[in-house]
Design a protein around this ligand. Structure first.
Ligand SMILES: [Fe+2]
Length: 277
């Protein structure tokens, strides 16, 4: 079914996360699809991860969410998070240099996944995106899902926008250089960096918001894996093998992938990448 033919107010449901902060639940048959957040300041509204939902995102935002001028930010380069950036070519679009590099390469390799001709504004660790009375602080973290990742801390309401590097349903430690040990180190560094300023985590997949306490349970999950408690093999991922999103499906069906669940956290990892090389 082409959901784009539905009335625009039936294509999304807006769900409040915090004041002036919305999760847009877009209709799709594929439960793996990410969902955008809209973060509204006094002067601008920013769409965090435009996603690849084949829906009228911009029209919905402008008619039902905000009349502020729009900005866009991407947490990482993956096409299911960045494809719809083309709808906002006249707006500032923020991403890391690594994301931009990969998108430029993909414009040649998979142009159907990277429509548009925009050139983004490059951000990095410590940069601030000012929405007017509300700021997003850019924080390096952590490259275990994708080396192109960055997270954004809303210093007004304490929301941490983590992309696919941290979520409740399944964190996929996809990057070739990732390991459970490195992921744990990065979680500890993130905790130190946010220093109590975040109260919730807002990922685009599998539920938002999540209580910040899940950071601690995920650190414990890493400790369990490193102590030798092996994750499950038969439910290693809800989406890989069903909807590959262009990733290396072979890798996730090679007998080495496990899912470790602990206190609501869930890590999908490779048994050959538990400790740092
Ligand atoms: Fe991703």
């Amino acid at each position: 079914m082409n959901f784009r033919t539905l009335p625009v107010n039936k294509q999304f449901m807006r769900i409040p996360v915090k004041p002036d902060t919305w999760l847009l639940n877009g209709i799709s048959l594929d439960n793996a699809a990410p969902h955008p957040h809209v973060i509204i300041g006094d002067d601008y509204a920013l769409i965090m991860d435009t996603t690849d939902l084949d829906l009228e995102l911009r029209k919905y935002v402008e008619e039902y969410v905000t009349d502020k001028p729009l900005m866009v930010a991407s947490t990482h380069s993956h096409g299911d998070h960045t494809k719809n950036n083309y709808m906002f070519e006249d707006c500032p679009i923020y991403m890391t240099a690594a994301s931009w590099q990969e998108i430029q390469e993909n414009r040649v390799k998979v142009p159907e996944r990277t429509p548009g001709t925009y050139t983004p504004k490059i951000i990095g660790d410590g940069d601030i995106i000012d929405l007017g009375g509300r700021q997003l602080e850019c924080i390096d973290f952590c490259g275990c899902h994708s080396p192109t990742s960055i997270v954004y801390l809303d210093t007004k309401y304490g929301c941490l926008f983590t992309g696919d590097e941290f979520e409740g349903g399944q964190v996929l430690l996809l990057a070739a250089t990732s390991s459970v040990e490195l992921y744990k180190e990065n979680l500890i560094a993130l905790k130190k960096r946010i220093d109590g300023r975040a109260t919730c985590i807002c990922p685009p997949h599998n539920g938002s918001p999540i209580d910040i306490a899940l950071l601690d349970y995920t650190i414990e999950n890493c400790d369990r894996i490193m102590s030798g408690i092996e994750g499950m093999e038969d439910i290693r991922s809800m989406t890989f093998g069903l909807n590959p999103h262009g990733y290396d499906v072979e890798r996730w069906n090679n007998g080495y992938t496990r899912r470790s669940e602990w206190m609501g956290s869930s890590l999908v990892y490779d048994t050959r990448q538990i400790f740092k090389k």
